[in-house]
Design a binder for this molecule. Sequence first.
Ligand SMILES: [Ca+2]
Length: 488
Amino acid sequence: MPTSPIRLLAVSLGIICFGFQSLTQAADEATPNAQPKYNVLFIIADDLTSTALSCYGNTVCETPNIDALAERGTRFTQAYCQATYCGPSRASFMSGYYPHATGVLGYKSPRPQIGDRATWSEHFKDRGYYSARVSKIFHMGVPGGIESGGNEADDARSWSERFNSPGPEWKAPGDGETLERNPDGKKPVVGGNTFVVVEADGDDMVHSDGKTSAKAVELIQQHRDTPFWLGVGFVRPHVPFVAPRAYYEPFKPFDSMVLPEKIAGDWDDIPKPGINYKTSQNMQMDVRRQKKAMGGYYASVAFMDAQVGKVIAALDAAGLRDNTIVIFTSDHGYHLGEHDFWAKVSLRDESASVPLIISVPGKQPAVCHSLVELIDLYPTTAALCGMPIPERLQGQDISAMLDDPSVTVREAAFSVAPSRKGFLLREQDWAYLQYNEDASGGIELFDVRRDPKQYNNLAADEAYAAVVEGFKQKLAARLAEVRDNDLP
Ligand SMILES: [Ca+2]
């Protein structure tokens, strides 16, 4: 092909642009706006309460690998999910919209609602990143979807490649027991969203999360020379509580587990939708079973923590720690017997808050008490990587907190429990829970400075009528703001 004038022009422009790029790079290096192209390693556990991690104060369940990440990053003490169960929480932080903006309140992909708007990983993929997920990032049913190894509510266009990690879950060989609704002990080990504990034979690789960490290690090695956005989704400690036997050792005998304090009349001031969908009573779990549930949960956490360690070790071995943002979190929290509640859905802190650690190369380790949300991760990582933040995104860029943990971006975190028509506004001093948009399902108000465990509902107390009225208005305004968006 003869060299055309257009081609010559393109080549000369290329030379000019290259020169210009070198100049701007030199200028960038001299300014605080210099933006290296970081990788993003996003690690998410399933159904993990921060209270089970030693870096968040648990003295029984040790999580050395997550703790080590916290020591190098910013650990957030007041991070909140946008919905207190898997489907809507994951659809929210991946799409960048609140559940009441997309209407994804259940176990669906947000794609039909967002059309061709880029999800979090897609935003990076569109800018030349290799984008991949291993296992559960969008919703997958656990254990069913993990047993079958399907894509479930995943979104194909978010990824360059995607990998599932099928595992035996409750069918893993070992010693299993169904704790839930099994008072006479005659029920065998069962599947589904049920409290089952399996002390499993064999090693980590028998299980989904063992396979997930191995695949993540492989991808880090393969893609060390290209920018990547890698989502690593562990399914533990979601039920069934299944882990190799060795992980149970620190928690045996299960009878040694200490349950949260039980207070007489605790439920008397809780409106009906505020009583969680799983309780010691309706699960028919006596104290022995409750303690074993706690031990099984902790063993699952310890197993998941070990997988986190393998992935981070691979990052170090590949020499990528200095150009990789590492995030660790969960899709929502979990009750382990507080108020005799178990599992998720509740809008109390144990269930609505999440562990969140963000480690950015070159930043000082810190603990940040500002209110942040999982929906902030998309705009924050975009900012850290020097990418545009799409105006439509409903989260905030919290990257300034990584330089100065006293920075704040919001007065209240916002979360929802769609199955209970529940809404949470969580301020530094108050937790306000309302059921139904017109509050007809009831209200809970807690002075969390004086009552951090949320025992004393002040909503019916005349002395707090003005506070309650103020929150009603703030919630209505918040919902209106969420619904005012660019979606059709
Ligand atoms: Ca979950």
